[in-house]
Write a protein that binds this ligand. Structure first.
Ligand SMILES: [Zn+2]
Length: 144
């Protein structure tokens, strides 16, 4: 991660780094136990009373459930100043929360990836905006 005080999220309310580590921003329903990501994306179990929905952060680490390697640049509106190709796109499962989240895989030897690889949430710097802030999004990388 870069200078965290000068970072701004590409899309708000998806990733939090205020504690010094990147964590995805979720919501949990106390009634049906479901976690949501993005947190506005409610998918309660059938018959749920939808009571007690609260903001929570997902754990930093999960396991790689699926992935693919891309050899061409991400289509707009995604943009990065640095060329990140080839890169992985992975589906990371947070086991206890029973939720899977997709994200770019960075800083990882892509050939070493396997299903079940322990992955951690991180911050991907995309570009500098007109206010010279670092615009960021979440990503995953293999735990070393
Ligand atoms: Zn619910």
């Amino acid at each position: 991660m870069g200078n965290m005080t000068n970072m701004v999220a590409r899309i708000p309310n998806l990733v939090d780094w205020s504690t010094g580590e990147a964590r995805l921003m979720s919501r949990k329903c106390d009634s049906c136990g479901t976690y949501f990501f993005p947190r506005e994306h409610y998918q309660h179990r059938p018959g749920c009373s939808r009571e007690g929905v609260k903001d929570v952060l997902l754990p930093k680490k999960g396991k790689l459930a699926s992935y693919t390697i891309q050899y061409y640049a991400c289509p707009p509106p995604f943009k990065t100043e640095k060329n990140i190709t080839p890169y992985g796109i992975g589906l990371v499962e947070f086991e206890n929360e029973k939720i899977q989240v997709a994200g770019i895989i960075t800083e990882t030897d892509l050939k070493s990836l396997k299903l079940g690889t322990e992955m951690e949430t991180t911050i991907l710097s995309m570009f500098a905006n007109e206010e010279k802030q670092e615009v960021v999004t979440w990503a995953f990388r293999a735990v070393k």
